[in-house]
Design a protein around this ligand. Structure first.
Ligand code: ARG
Length: 562
């Protein structure tokens, strides 16, 4: 924010080099109450340095700072409070947003460098779980935020398409499978087979051994095993793609675990070469005792590789292929140990880029306070959830706006938007509570509320010939000013959401922007014909631009009408 910088620069100049402009910038606050100004600087630190009373320092500073952008600079106790020149600042910010349009808030932090982002990554032949939904939604938003900050994101779906579970599945299919049934409803039938395998394996210990052998055959390229695996993968991927289409998410790569099958030997050789492999019980491992962590398992005694072996290989492959500046993994926090181990092994291998790997963990989805998915096949089918949300949105649109054109599309945008927003408004690290009724409300902290506010802004513009002109003058009343201040804050929020890896920063910001805008709408006669009308409409237009862009970053559509 330009005005914040000017304020900081002047303060820094008065400290005889004791505080840099950056340090001052860090300390500047945004007061909660309008009586305290728009920017405030606390003088405690300077008071210590100069061994003087903070109130004295504040008074001294306040007298020295002036700028055409400031209408008044005063001290209040230990604070220097700065009141901005509302007319000047608001006019400038509205013009800036009108000029930059959706590029407003973009940053040049990434300088075009690549960041690989591993997200969604469901396991084939299993239903797409709510956990994978979280990963999909958070990962997609974070990739958009990275792009907004000047990086080039590479979206990777590290499909869970390899591992011992495929031995189990093949063995189950051989025993009880029926081709026709699987073709009809692949994931449900495959899941049934998988669940049955576990039930029967409890009674018959031979089954586990049989499955282990099937997986081994698969790793060694046995034709029958490969053929079945290929088929399971294809039908699963087709179902997943239906979900991605609904969610409007796409990937640059679907290279899953199986992709690394012929590349793992090289990783294992490298580990050997560096003297990192040792044998423990039944497997070859890399010990991580010095970090107080359990060993990272690389290869079982029968030669079968493991999840970690594939992740090590994938990381090396990604560095070679993309030369990423950073590599992010959006995976539930139950895998934190796994990623710690993998990152440490890469560091032990001497890869400098191991420092640029980042696990972005997230919490569970809860229903009535309990974890949602269970192992025994009692999973909520995501596709049904999405369809249910769309149906509910359809119903509420039918009630509120029965003559709306394009109802089906809007219902889809609103239903899906509601689910995404519900997730993203929460800090990723926390668990989120899942309730379709709550997320589809048009009031309160929901996606539909934000979309509705955007549609309201669009409809005002529509009534005044579609778009706004340049502001003739600035706006200085309290309601407009609160909106302007929010708009001014957007670039900072974009930056923070990137730095903290939290799309929730954007979601929470949008809610507060919408609240201020709706207050403005309720209290100002926007369409009244006077010499401020152009400026008021410009404010409406700029709000619509920022809401739409914020929603886009979250992966949510902003219909013009709803
Ligand atoms: N398929 C895994 C799971 O569902 C997640 C994979 C995450 N990505 C990775 N590179 N390990 O648990």
């Amino acid at each position: 924010m330009k005005v914040k910088k000017i304020f900081a620069n002047q303060i820094a100049a008065e400290t005889a080099g004791l505080l840099t402009e950056d340090k001052v910038l860090e300390r500047i606050e945004f007061p909660k109450y309008p009586e305290q100004g728009d920017l405030a600087f606390p003088c405690f630190e300077l008071a210590k340095i100069f061994k003087k009373n903070p109130a004295f320092i504040a008074k001294d500073l306040a007298a020295k700072i002036t700028d055409p952008y400031f209408s008044e600079v005063v001290s209040e106790g230990p604070y220097v409070n700065c009141f901005l020149n509302k007319k000047r600042v608001s006019k400038e910010i509205l013009l800036e947003i009108q000029t930059k349009q959706e590029a407003y808030g973009s940053q040049d932090i990434g300088k075009g460098e690549k960041v690989t982002i591993d997200f969604s990554s469901p396991n084939i032949a299993k239903p797409f779980s709510m956990g994978h939904l979280r990963s999909t939604v958070i990962g997609n938003a974070y990739a958009n935020i990275l792009e907004k900050c000047g990086y080039q994101p590479v979206r990777i779906n590290h499909l869970g398409d390899w591992g011992t579970q495929f031995g189990k599945l093949i063995s189950a299919y051989h025993r009880w499978g029926n081709e026709k049934e699987v073709r009809q409803d692949p994931i449900k039938e495959l899941l049934k087979l998988y669940v049955r395998f576990h039930e029967e394996a409890e009674k018959d210990s031979k089954l586990e051994e049989e499955a282990r052998l099937w997986f081994l055959k698969l790793e060694q390229g046995n034709e029958r095993a490969l053929e079945l695996w290929q088929w399971f993968r294809e039908v699963s991927l087709e179902e997943f793609k239906g979900i991605y289409k609904l969610l409007n998410v796409s990937f640059d790569s679907y290279n899953g675990e199986a992709f690394y099958n012929d590349k793992m030997e090289e990783t294992i050789d490298l580990l050997k070469e560096k003297g990192l492999l040792s044998t423990s019980k039944e497997a070859e491992v890399v010990t991580l005792e010095e970090h107080d962590l359990p060993p990272c398992l690389i290869r079982k005694s029968d030669g079968a590789t493991l999840y970690a072996t594939r992740d090590l290989t994938a990381a090396i492959y990604r560095q070679k292929t993309y030369q990423f500046a950073k590599s992010v993994y959006v995976v539930g926090h139950e895998q934190s140990l796994h990623f710690k181990q993998v990152f440490l092994v890469l560091e032990k291998l001497g890869f400098e880029w191991a420092n640029n790997l980042q696990h972005l963990p997230f919490g569970f989805i809860l229903q009535n306070g309990k974890k949602m998915s269970t192992r025994k096949g009692k999973v909520v089918l995501l596709e049904n959830v999405l369809k249910e949300a769309i149906k509910m949105a359809e119903k509420s649109i039918e009630e509120k706006n029965p003559t709306l054109q394009n109802k089906a599309q809007v219902a889809q945008d609103v239903g899906i938007g509601a689910i995404i927003f519900q997730d993203l408004k929460t800090d990723p690290q926390h668990s989120v509570e899942f309730s379709l009724e709550d997320m589809l409300r048009f009031e309160g902290a929901t996606g539909p509320y934000v979309q509705y506010t955007h549609a309201r802004a669009c409809s005002i513009l529509q009534k005044s010939n579609g778009s706004a002109e340049e502001p003739t003058d600035g706006l200085s009343d309290v309601y407009s000013w609160s909106v302007v201040k929010k708009l001014m804050d957007f670039p900072t929020k974009v930056k923070e959401s990137y730095e903290q890896a939290k799309p929730s920063e954007i979601a929470v910001y949008l809610l507060s922007l919408c609240r201020e805008f709706n207050k403005y709408y309720a209290n100002c006669k926007i369409l009244q014909e006077d010499d401020q009308q152009a400026s008021r409409l410009a404010l409406v237009e700029c709000t619509a631009i920022v809401i739409k862009e914020g929603l886009r970053l979250l992966g949510i559509k902003a219909p013009h009408e709803m």
